[in-house]
Design a protein around this ligand. Sequence first.
Ligand SMILES: [Zn+2]
Length: 427
Amino acid sequence: MRNDAPVMAFLGISENVSQSVNVDERFSSLNILNLRMEIISFIFPLNLSNFFSLFALYDIEKFDEIKIICKDNNQKQVFSSTINTMISKSENDFLEESDTSIMESFISRNSFWMVIPIQFPQNAIMMEPGKLIFYLRDKNIDYEIGSANCFAARARPLSDDQISALKSDPTAIKHIKFIIGCNKCKEELKVIAGLTKPELSKDEIWVEDLPNNFECKCKNISFNTSYIKNGYQHLINENIFSKKSCTITRQYERKTLRSLLFQYSKTLNQNPKEEIMQKFLEKHTILFHFFSPLRIINKAPILSKYVTDFVILSKNGTLNLIEIEKPDKLITTKKGRRTSDFNHPFDQVRDWLHHFKNHRFTVLDEWGINTKEVTKIKGIVIYGRDHNCKEDDLLKIKSSDFGEIIFYTYDDIANSLTSLIQDFDDI
Ligand SMILES: [Zn+2]
């Protein structure tokens, strides 16, 4: 090996690094998943503290101390970290100490290349997409040892049917609040993001109202806000904000769900028209949570021939064509036979399914659904009330086979909301 060969190399970035002890306690192994040279994010400024940078270091015995500096492409320091190798020489122990950063590294006595993970500290922020460049500092000279790229992923704004589906998810995010501030002049932005603009306090700012550029008083931080504006809806949709970096308000609490259940039962008991129930379900898509919707389309037409009441694409790829009827229609006659009113929606949905299958590509295209997203198709009939039917008759009907169609009463929908409320603490 040449004398001037670098003693250290940057290997890449990973979010998933853990140390595990082997059977023999003197040995430990490093688990590194998804090692790569780039970070792709929907949002910038990006807090890097979930990431580790990994380095290979040769012949550690030669050094008393190793200093690593990370800068962005504007030569602004992102973080610096000092690995004190003296400790490891004397104690040969797991090292967890740094004046400038959080660092977890394990250094052995071996005179070979070894891998050292360094976690980005909490205050390591990448303001905009760009390069992260790593340097080894030796006797006040910085030697570049590698770099990684931060890219911005472009998110499309959510469509109405995606938003409806999101509102049916009991764990969905309603609002998030995060603070971006300068640690020198202390100027900060308290940003609120969500699907709808909430009431704000004086010092808060709605995400869409952010100025295009933010620069703090002392000019220490400056960034383009378009990455926040373009990315936040995607992160809300994916439910991937970390609690570490922001405050999250969920769409639902037990209390809101209870009051919805009350409203739903009250509405049903007033024998509402079908249109009233249509509007109620459009507004409160959480009642469809048991479908695990990815998209909910109201009144989706099947070409120009039929109009469904709802089409729900479930996360598992099932496409549900839903017909709802006026709730007080009877399921059975006094003799326990199915009424003709009851048979009607099933015939209807069968026609839908038939027509849909004949024109699958065209219809899906009109609905804006990719044909690859659909793995199965089902018809759904929501009809009638449990108490309008004798218990035995109802049991017999609910357990009968309707082929590709599933039958729910309006009470089944209520029951599913009830069990959601019961389980809600666990979410
Ligand atoms: Zn400042």
